[in-house]
Design a protein around this ligand. Structure first.
Ligand code: NAD
Ligand code: MG
Length: 305
């Protein structure tokens, strides 16, 4: 078997180019992985902007707590925030320690500070402790960025399990309430909350009902919380990714969907995490000061609203 290469090796990243061929499309060779998957399970490896993201000081001195910050979209956001001038605290599951340490190294190479706080977002007391650990390290929180989430595939209502449903709701949705409640008194002026919704919030797949409902809830949460917090100068927005090439897929999808991942959309390929980071940076920056309660879709021309 050949060694996995990075999609970075296949793309000429900084030249204007045909967006549908900028990165590879299916078939992909990544095998299915039980439980949380790692970047090292993927073939080819995703592009999180390690060699391409260029910062412009847009988040200078900001203090960011990022969930799901070890891999995929969260890693791309962590690298971009750091190169824009932010220090970061990263949350992830303990099994993903290696991915998290690699992400922290990229943050430190950007001249910023990183602190790792593994733990389970389905646990309310852990969520409260996570905020305390972030405040201890950062001295406050300016950017609260929720990227962590679970996506179980459940084919039929016969297989619905209350315990699984409760866990998906807690990881994807309840953690927003728990962490925001604990973090609010530590927010600095102009604090920004960004949550990660999905195309599934608007175009749900039959086998992703539980997940899709939480993602619809996340977009709704952003809209409601934006209004609740506006008078205190806090903005709240959501990003709704289409198909992105991350460890979420080998951890969640059936083998056939994995092989053809992202192939059915107009681009004929999935997005790479590097193609999403600038949306989070935009929302976090003061350039977006009049943008709140919005869900920005980044889907490679798949219409979702
Ligand atoms: P990913 O696997 O790299 O990231 C998901 C992260 O969630 C994991 O790394 C893990 O750290 C974290 N996580 C999962 N369960 C957790 C728990 N119980 N406690 C703490 N952390 C937990 O995959 P990704 O695609 O970068 O996913 C990031 C977000 O993007 C997710 O919310 C996902 O729903 C959303 N999203 C992804 C896609 C896609 O196609 N990849 C599309 C739409 C939305
Ligand atoms: Mg991970």
């Amino acid at each position: 078997m050949r060694a996995p290469v990075s999609v970075r090796d296949m793309a000429d990243l900084n030249e204007p180019q045909n967006v549908s061929t900028k990165y590879p499309g299916p078939p992909f060779e990544t095998p299915k992985v039980p439980g949380p998957a790692s970047i090292s399970d993927m073939d080819p490896r995703p592009d999180h902007g390690e060699d391409s993201y260029v910062g412009h000081g847009r988040l200078e001195g900001r203090r960011a707590l990022i969930t799901g910050g070890d891999s995929g979209i969260g890693r791309a956001v962590a690298i971009a925030y750091a190169r824009e001038g932010a220090d970061v605290v990263l949350n992830y599951l303990p099994d993903e320690q290696q991915d998290a340490e690699d992400t922290a190294r990229y943050v430190e190479q950007a001249g910023r500070r990183a602190h790792l706080v593994p733990g389970d977002l389905s646990d309310e007391s852990f969520c409260t402790d996570l905020v305390s650990a972030a405040v201890d390290f950062l001295g406050g929180i300016d950017l609260l960025t929720f990227v962590g989430g679970r996506m179980p595939t459940i084919d039929g209502i016969e297989d619905f399990e209350t315990s699984n449903w409760q866990n998906v709701v807690d990881v994807n949705l309840s953690s927003l309430f728990w962490i925001t409640k604990a973090a609010k008194r530590h927010f600095g002026p102009g604090a920004v909350i960004t949550v990660t919704s999905s195309e599934q919030a608007f175009q749900p797949s039959p086998s992703l009902v539980e997940y899709a409902v939480t993602k619809a809830g996340i977009s709704n949460w952003a809209r409601a919380m934006a209004a609740q917090l506006a008078s205190e100068g806090i903005r709240v927005n959501a990003v709704a990714p289409g198909p992105f090439y991350t460890p979420l897929q080998p951890a969640s999808d059936p083998k056939q969907k994995l092989e053809n991942f992202g192939g059915s959309g107009p681009y004929g390929r999935p997005g790479q995490p590097a193609e999403l980071a600038s949306t989070y940076v935009y929302l976090a920056s003061q350039e977006a000061s009049y943008t709140s309660g919005e869900t920005i879709a980044v889907t490679g021309a798949i219409p979702i609203h």
